[in-house]
Design a protein around this ligand. Structure first.
Ligand code: SAM
Length: 411
C-alpha cells in the first residue's frame, strides 16, 4: 500500500473532512524477496495480533522471527491487524527496529502536574512501570472538533488529528498504538480504564460540543452543509453501510487483547440523561463503554471505595445502583460547565481510581481535557499526571486542580 491511499479525504490539515474510503491495498510479497531481516518475537506477535506462544507454534521456537516467518504468519487464519494493515506489517517492523528509543525522562509529580503535548510524544517522558492507573476518555471517532487539535503521524502512515481518521479502522489502529505506548508505563498490577463511545457511519457535520449538536437539533444552526468546517461522509467503506453502527469499542477491546493486554471487563456506563436523537429507524443510544485493561490476570483491585466514597467521586449511587458492583454503572453525565465540549463526570474516573489504586499511587490521564480525572485522583489520595494537546484545556484543568488540595479519605 502506498501512503497516498490515506490521503483520500483531502488535504493534510489536522481537521479535514472524513471520507471513509477503505484503501484498495494488498500485501506485495515481491517487495521482500531479498530482505534478510529478523525481529523479536514480542514485536512480531503484537504486529500480527497473536500471542508469542502461538507465533512460536507457527514459526518454531527461535528467539527471533525472520521476514519469511512474518510472511508465513500473515498467511495464517489467526492473523488480525493491530497497529498497521497487513500490507504494511514488514515496513512497520523495520521502522520499529530502527526507532530511536532514547528518552528524556521527566520525574513523576509528587502531587499533580499537567503537561502540554501529543500523547505519543509525552509517553516517552515517563519512566516505564511507574504509573498505577490510566483513566481517560479519548476523542471519539469523527465526533468532535477540539481546540488546538494536533496532526500526528501514525505508524500506519496516516497523518491526522486523533479522532479524525478517514476510517473507523484507522481510529482503532491509532488507539492500539496509544494503548501499547501507555502499557509500557503501567506497573505490573496496574489498570487502564478506557472510556470510549461508538460512532454510526453516517453523513454528518462534526461539531465542537454537545451543546452545539443540541442547538442544531433544535433548528438553531442555519449553516449550509458546505459551510461546516468538518463534514463526515458515509460512502466508500469496504463493508460499512450508510447509517450502520461501527462497533469501535468492541474492535478496540479485541485488539488490546491481541497486543497482550487482558480485557478484564467491558463496563457499560448507563447514562442518566443524554441528548435527544432524532432517529426514525433505530433506538436511541443511552450508553458508553469503559474498557478495563490490565497487564496481568490479577491487578490491584478492591471494592471498598465503591461502598465508602462520595458518589460524586465514584461511590455507589444508592438510588440507582445495588450493593453488588456490576458491569453496568449508572452515572450522571457531566454538566459541561467547565468550558470543554466532551467531559465525563468525576464519578466515572473516581470509580475506576477507587477500585484499582491505593493512596499515594500515580494516576495518568493522557487526554485530560478539563481535569475531571485529576480531581478524582486527588480525592482518592493519589498523585496525578494529565496531558492534553490543547493549551486551552490544560489551562482550565490547571485552574481547577490548583483550587483543591488533596483529600485523603482512606488514610
Ligand atoms: C473527550 S476529551 C477529554 C475530556 C475529559 N475527560 C474531561 O472530562 O474534560 C479528549 C481530549 O483529548 C485531547 N486530545 C486530542 N488529541 C490528543 C493527542 N493527540 N494527545 C493528547 N491529547 C489529545 C483533546 O484536546 C481533548 O481535550
Amino acid at each position: 500500500m502506498d501512503t497516498e491511499s490515506f490521503a483520500v479525504g483531502g488535504n493534510r490539515d489536522s481537521v479535514r473532512d472524513i471520507k471513509p474510503h477503505s484503501p484498495v491495498a494488498a500485501l506485495r510479497r515481491d517487495r521482500y524477496t531479498d530482505l534478510d531481516s529478523s525481529y523479536s518475537i514480542d514485536a512480531v506477535a503484537k504486529a500480527v495480533g497473536m500471542s508469542p506462544t502461538f507465533v512460536r507454534k507457527v514459526v518454531g521456537r527461535h528467539p527471533h522471527v525472520s521476514s519469511d516467518g512474518v510472511l508465513a504468519l500473515l498467511d495464517q487464519d489467526a492473523f488480525h491487524e493491530t497497529f498497521v494493515p497487513r500490507s504494511r506489517v514488514i515496513e512497520f517492523l523495520e521502522a520499529r527496529r530502527a526507532r530511536d528509543t532514547s528518552a528524556n525522562l521527566i520525574p513523576n509529580p509528587a502531587d499533580h502536574e499537567l503537561r502540554l503535548g501529543h500523547v505519543l510524544d509525552l509517553a516517552r517522558t515517563v519512566p516505564e512501570g511507574s504509573v498505577n492507573c490510566v483513566v481517560t476518555s479519548t476523542p471519539y471517532w469523527g465526533m468532535r472538533i477540539y481546540e488546538d487539535s494536533h496532526t500526528a503521524i501514525w505508524a500506519d502512515g496516516e497523518t491526522c488529528a486523533y479522532g479524525h481518521e478517514q476510517t473507523p479502522e484507522g481510529f482503532v489502529r491509532h488507539t492500539v498504538e496509544v494503548l501499547d505506548a501507555l502499557s509500557h508505563l503501567l506497573t505490573d498490577d496496574g489498570s487502564i480504564w478506557w472510556n470510549v463511545m461508538d460512532s454510526f457511519n453516517t453523513r454528518t457535520q462534526v461539531r465542537r460540543s454537545a451543546v452545539e449538536a443540541l442547538r442544531a437539533m433544535q433548528g438553531k444552526d442555519d449553516r449550509r452543509w458546505s459551510e461546516h468546517a468538518v463534514r463526515r461522509y458515509s460512502a466508500g467503506h469496504s463493508y460499512l453501510k450508510d447509517g450502520e453502527q461501527c462497533l469501535i469499542p468492541a474492535m478496540i477491546a479485541e485488539r488490546a487483547s491481541r497486543i497482550g493486554l487482558y480485557v478484564k471487563t467491558v463496563v457499560t456506563w448507563a447514562k442518566i440523561s443524554t441528548l435527544p436523537e432524532p432517529q426514525e429507524s433505530r433506538v436511541s443510544r443511552n450508553l458508553e463503554y469503559i474498557l478495563h485493561l490490565t497487564k496481568r490476570r490479577t491487578p490491584k483491585f478492591s471494592r471498598r471505595a465503591y461502598h465508602e466514597s462520595d458518589p460524586e467521586f465514584g461511590g455507589r449511587n444508592d438510588e440507582l445502583e445495588s450493593r453488588k458492583l456490576s458491569d453496568v454503572w449508572v452515572l450522571n453525565t457531566s454538566t459541561g460547565r467547565e468550558g470543554h465540549g466532551a467531559q465525563f463526570p468525576t464519578a466515572l474516573p473516581g470509580r475506576c481510581i477507587g477500585l484499582t489504586t491505593e493512596p499515594g499511587d500515580l494516576v495518568l490521564d493522557p487526554f485530560v481535557g478539563s481535569g475531571n480525572s485529576g480531581l478524582a485522583a486527588l480525592y482518592h489520595g493519589c498523585t496525578f499526571l494529565g496531558w492534553d494537546v490543547s493549551q486551552t484545556y490544560i489551562s482550565i484543568a490547571k485552574e481547577r486542580l490548583g483550587s483543591v488540595s488533596p483529600r485523603l479519605p482512606f488514610v
